[in-house]
Design a binder for this molecule. Structure first.
Ligand code: FAD
Length: 392
């Protein structure tokens, strides 16, 4: 139905294409999409094939942050810019178009994405790699500003704290979340600001699914740094302290702790806007996909990384979208050209390299465990190599 409002919106649609050209839109500059961009020109057999596809990436910010290096930035081992990938430059280098925007809805019926500012972007093939958000459900107070995601906002807040309020003794920092990220970040914070009092609050204990030797090594590191671990506890509310601008955290045992820096590093949750469009969502709020990485029941619509709900579910970790990228890249263009699609088979285990802040790290995979400075050097090499691929 063409209502007046609808026509105005369509006029704002930002794409004009050459006849027969397929518009492939990548929503979000996640781990898989940056690789799709990098492979684009190389994957097309010739210039004509490349011209038949118009590849576009939409993301809210020009840079995306490589999460694997965030603890190293926090600890002061890297500058922020070392962990950033310039999406605009990456697109320019590989003949794709970068559009700054935040997707708030996917409309599969009209094959359009709706952006926060009202623009609509038409697509023939679309892929969602928009990651996940920090789950602050059940917490009252203004919690979003203390969340670890978006990563760039968190890093800016941390840099501000380090150069100002964080200096001086007697300051307190609380990290909520006993997963790998929470542990890495509190150890990184202690390394950067050794005088700070560190508190780690975790609902389900430390590193739930890791082997006992890894847990022992992590507990040893937390102990050595004097970090107070409070297990089987939740932060249930946050508020502003009346005096000196601290943050009051209310815990699930009815106690309160006033801190100078709060970081919510609780589990991931799906972006709420995914449910507002016409696409299906699983109970978890993520988007169900099949082994071709296509959204179930929606040909030409793909989802990867944290955004996708696999059956059985996969951990929310960057290693998965990295491995999905070659299959996604192939399938997006195969779909656009009417060729058969490939299947993605997830690995059952993946290697975790857990940085302990002091340029040492712990390796964990199933029952495998080792630790030391050389493990950090190994992680550092992997991380730097990953980011280097996307620096132009
Ligand atoms: C501190 C920290 C450290 C971590 N370390 C590791 C690690 O060492 N190894 C590991 O495997 N995993 C790690 N993880 C988990 C890992 O970061 C995520 O699982 C991974 O980033 C998911 O990748 P993705 O491609 O799904 O999305 P992301 O890498 O999160 O990318 C999503 C992108 O989409 C963009 N976006 C978001 N919303 C929108 C929107 N509405 N419209 C358009 N674009 C949007 C974002 O700006 C972002 O660029 C870590 C997580 C944290 C918080």
């Amino acid at each position: 139905m063409h209502t007046g409002k609808y026509r105005i919106k369509l006029k704002k649609t930002s794409e004009r294409t050459v006849m027969g050209q397929q518009i492939v839109v990548l929503a979000g500059g996640g781990h898989a999409h940056i690789e799709v961009i990098r492979r684009f020109s190389g994957q097309m057999p010739n210039k004509a094939a490349q011209k038949a596809i118009r590849l576009m990436l939409i993301s809210p910010a020009r840079h995306c942050v490589y999460s694997g290096m965030v603890p190293g930035v926090m600890a002061g081992h890297y500058e922020v810019k070392q962990a950033l990938i310039d999406l605009s430059e990456l697109c320019r280098e590989h003949n794709a178009r970068w559009v700054q925007g935040e997707v708030v809805q996917v409309d599969p019926a009209t094959r359009q994405l709706v952006l926060k500012d009202g623009r609509r972007v038409r697509y023939d093939v679309v892929s969602l790699d928009v990651g996940s958000a920090t789950n602050t459900q059940g917490l009252s107070g203004d919690t979003s500003k203390y969340a670890v995601k978006p990563l760039l906002s968190f890093l800016e807040r941390w840099q501000g704290f380090v150069s100002g309020a964080g200096q001086g003794e007697g300051k307190k920092l609380l990290v909520a979340g006993g997963g790998v990220a929470g542990i890495e970040l509190i150890l990184a914070a202690k390394h950067r600001l050794p005088f700070i009092e560190g508190y780690l609050v975790s609902r389900n204990g430390i590193l739930g699914s890791h082997n006992p030797r890894v847990k022992r090594a992590v507990n040893f590191a937390l102990n050595r740094e004097g970090i107070r671990v409070m297990e089987q506890l939740d932060v249930v509310a946050v508020g502003k302290a009346e005096k000196y601008g601290g943050i009051v955290t209310h815990l699930s045992d009815s106690s309160t702790l006033t801190v100078d820096f709060l970081l919510l590093c609780t589990e991931a949750r799906a972006h709420y806007w995914l449910e507002s469009g016409g696409l299906p969502t699983a109970e978890s709020g993520y988007i169900p996909v099949n082994s071709n990485l296509q959204i179930i029941g929606y040909p030409g619509h793909f989802a990867v990384g944290d955004t996708a709900a696999f059956n059985p579910p996969l951990a929310k970790a960057g290693v998965y979208p990295v491995r999905q990228a070659p299959v996604l890249s192939y399938n997006l263009f195969a779909y656009a050209e009417g060729r058969p699609l490939r299947h993605y088979r997830p690995q059952s285990h993946f290697l975790n390299l857990i940085a302990t802040g002091d340029q040492r790290a712990i390796a964990s995979r199933g029952w495998f465990y080792c630790r030391g400075h050389w493990v950090w050097k190994w992680k550092n090499r992997i991380d730097q190599k990953f980011v280097r691929q996307y620096k132009t």
